[in-house]
Design a protein around this ligand. Structure first.
Ligand code: UD1
Length: 368
């Protein structure tokens, strides 16, 4: 029996941990999973909604950390997690993704000699101004087991000198959640509530500090939205960070004046899946949405200068378009002028069975 502490902290973690915990609960004689929530995200719409939608059991332990600067948030997770791990004595701690909670937990464990597995290891944007890139690099250096979603991730880790025996390509566990919930998402009423028809709208998400904490960049994106929204309505679930900076930059009235741009509250997992899966295309600076649109064959324009998920460009439907107004508008027009759907392939092992492969690797490396 392996006792596993599964970590969640921020919104993009929940859909990665849910299928892993569900798979462990299907094998109760082999796994004892506990969920630890750092509390990095705490609003009902950013956290609780995902537990409900994903049938994720409530956290066994909640660290209640909340928001703060990078140093404050990372330090608070470390300080509050250390006594928990000493008390629980798990066989493995499983961390996912690249948020501040990920590196904080991994760092506590490595100092205590507790084994850490990192799910979604090896992704690299090569942009060290991104806080997530620092979290990825450091977590992968110290984790005992690196579970990767794609071949590029394996190559990155090997190039950084990580021994091959620590690396296992298991596929993309977020796609387990996506495929497992497509049917349930069809019951969502979000599209009819918003008066939308399939293929007749665009979905926008925006929350990267490099976009929304920088007035010039943010305004450049708003300029592009003015033009794009003349062709199709744009649905914009607004992240709390973004809502704050819209107000701080005095952009509230300007954005409200764009008739076809609809600002809505952040959506739960099923409503959001229902919404983007029927969009004509998606505009985003999220990492996970680049992958989810690839899995469903929905065209995606990534509003960033780089991506840590190049496989979504190589095989999928993603174009890394940057933040230049003209470039965004011209790529959006190119999608709108195409009648047939984009050619794309599914990356290997993005098949809905990644969680089972993760369990098998954990058992194998534990000799159980
Ligand atoms: C974090 C992750 C980012 C991930 C994103 C998904 C890091 C460094 N960043 O960014 O990788 O893509 O989550 O959402 O870990 N806030 C609320 N309610 C909440 C949570 C946050 O109002 O429940 C507000 C607070 O004002 C907070 C700000 O949003 O200061 C930013 O939150 P934070 O967790 O620091 O970073 P995110 O931008 O959410």
């Amino acid at each position: 029996m392996l006792k596993i502490l599964n970590f969640v902290g921020a919104r993009p973690n929940f859909m990665k941990v849910a299928p892993i915990v569900a798979a462990m609960k299907r094998h109760p004689s082999d796994f004892l999973p506990l969920i630890v929530h750092t509390g990095q995200h705490y609003d009902a719409a950013m956290s609780d909604a995902f537990f409900t939608d994903l049938n994720l059991p409530p956290p066994d332990i909640h660290l209640g950390v909340g928001s703060g600067s990078h140093a404050v948030q990372t330090a608070a997770v470390m300080e509050r997690f250390e006594p928990v791990v000493l008390n629980e004595k798990p066989d493995w701690v499983l961390v996912v993704g690249d948020v501040n909670s990920t590196i904080a937990c991994a760092l506590v464990c490595v100092k205590l000699g507790i084994k850490v597995a990192h799910v979604e290891a090896g992704l690299r944007s090569r942009d060290r101004t991104m806080p997530e890139e620092i979290n990825r690099l450091l977590t992968d250096q110290i984790a005992d087991l690196l579970l990767t979603p794609s071949h590029d991730a394996d190559e990155n880790l090997l190039a950084e000198g990580i021994p091959p025996e620590r690396i296992r390509m298991v596929g993309n566990v977020m796609i387990d959640s996506l495929l497992g919930n497509l049917e349930r998402a069809r019951q969502s009423k979000i599209k009819s509530e918003l008066g939308l028809v399939d293929g007749g709208y665009v979905v926008l998400t925006l929350h990267r500090p490099s976009n929304v904490d920088n007035r010039k960049t943010f305004e450049g994106i708003v300029n592009a939205l003015e033009t794009i929204s003349l062709s199709l309505p744009v649905m914009f679930p607004v992240h709390p960070r973004t809502r704050k900076t819209i107000a701080e930059f005095g952009l509230t009235d300007r954005i409200a004046a764009i008739a076809n741009l609809r600002l809505i509250e952040p959506l739960g997992y099923l409503d959001f899946l229902s919404l983007y899966s029927a969009a004509r295309f998606v505009l985003t600076d999220s990492g996970g949405i680049q992958e989810e649109t690839t899995a469903l064959g929905i065209p995606c324009l990534t509003l960033r200068e780089n991506t840590e998920r190049p496989i979504t460009v190589e095989m999928g439907t993603n174009v890394v378009v940057g933040t230049d107004t003209r470039k965004i508008v011209s790529e959006a027009s190119a999608i709108l002028s195409r009648s047939s759907s984009t050619e794309y392939r599914q990356p290997p092992l993005w098949d809905g069975h990644t969680a089972e492969r993760i369990l098998a690797v954990l058992q194998e490396v534990s000799g159980s």
